[in-house]
Ligand binder design. Structure first.
Ligand code: C2E
Ligand code: CA
Ligand code: CA
Ligand code: CA
Length: 280
């Protein structure tokens, strides 16, 4: 346990950026952030439940603001989604993280790379060709890329989003439904869209041990996912209790502060080496 605690201290500190006090950033700060490449990618490991090997990493954006320091996504994603800036951020994150993937590959690691995708991308019928073109240019097999889409972001009536997801899926890109259980029509979304992975929302996981209804939601989500042939990810694994019970609850992959906070790119390989050493 203490080793894991030590490892997880490599990542970012729990303290949120000061900007939380000041409210969301201004649009011009976000435009400047894109122009001056102030966005940084932190990676949080996704661990295979059964043998504690590393399945992959999720890319999480932070803005390194000249005055405020590290700013978290809750201060900029909404504002960016109201403009086309979110498309520029997605492209920046995709290109940068695929470069990182190649770097990890050169060091002998084949990781699944998960990126968070805004619903806005799903209205753009050119998005699949863009992503596939990028993978081809960088010679990365599509199977190593997962696109995480927040459940509530998926518009059930939108024919375009279905077509975009179908095309991505057809070419082997993995699709993950994020924050599962938080929206209404969860089940209908699962029926319509071609998902490969289901992430049980961390709000259910956090109290799954002591709260019967939260555990019931986790257990039925797992059952449903298994019946539909989806991988199950538990996020929000914050302590040893959750870590130890996740296998029993039927999780395939776990993610959370207990294993690691999101880590700056330059520290990731060091974390991976340590993790492998401690778990082999
Ligand atoms: P998400 O995709 O559900 O990501 C998980 C969030 O939970 C992350 O917050 C992560 O740091 C945090 N987390 C990880 N482990 C734990 C844990 O054990 N306990 C708790 N309480 N939290 C944990 P973060 O990085 O602040 O991101 C917040 C949200 O912002 C993400 O939620 C995602 O929806 C969005 N986001 C982040 N980066 C991007 C991006 O590049 N593009 C888009 N469109 N959205 C992004
Ligand atoms: Ca996510
Ligand atoms: Ca698929
Ligand atoms: Ca989530």
């Amino acid at each position: 346990d203490s080793v894991i605690k030590l490892l997880s201290s490599i990542g970012e500190k729990p303290k949120k950026a000061e900007s939380s006090k000041e409210g969301p950033l201004k649009i011009y700060e976000l435009i400047r952030g894109i122009e001056k490449e102030q966005f940084e990618i932190f990676y949080q490991p996704k661990i295979n439940c059964s043998d504690r090997t590393i399945y992959g990493v999720e890319a999480l954006s932070r803005l390194n603001h000249p005055r405020l320091g590290l700013v978290f996504p809750d201060q900029f994603i909404d504002a960016m989604e109201r403009t086309s800036l979110i498309n520029e951020l997605t492209r920046y994150i995709l290109e940068k993280s695929l470069e990182h993937w190649k770097h990890w590959h050169r060091h002998g690691y084949l990781l699944n790379l998960a990126i968070n995708i805004s619903p806005k991308e799903l209205n753009n019928l050119d998005f699949p060709e863009y992503v596939l073109g990028l993978l081809k240019k960088k010679s990365i097999p599509p199977e190593f890329l997962t696109l995480e889409i927040t459940e509530t972001a998926l518009d059930l009536d939108h024919a375009d989003s279905l077509e975009v997801l179908d095309r991505l899926s057809m070419h082997g890109i993995q699709l993950s439904i994020d924050d599962f259980g938080t929206g209404h029509s969860s089940l209908e979304r699962l029926r319509i869209f071609p998902f490969d992975e289901l992430k049980v929302d961390k709000s259910f996981m956090l109290h799954a041990r002591e709260n019967d209804s939260d555990r019931a939601i986790v257990e039925s989500s797992v059952m449903l996912a298994k019946r539909l042939g989806l991988k199950v990810v538990f996020e929000g694994i914050e302590n040893s209790d959750l870590y130890n019970m996740s296998d029993h609850l039927g999780g395939d992959i776990i993610q959370g502060y207990y294993m690691s906070r999101p880590i700056p790119e330059q520290d990731l390989l060091k974390w991976i080496e340590n993790w492998i050493k401690k778990n082999s």
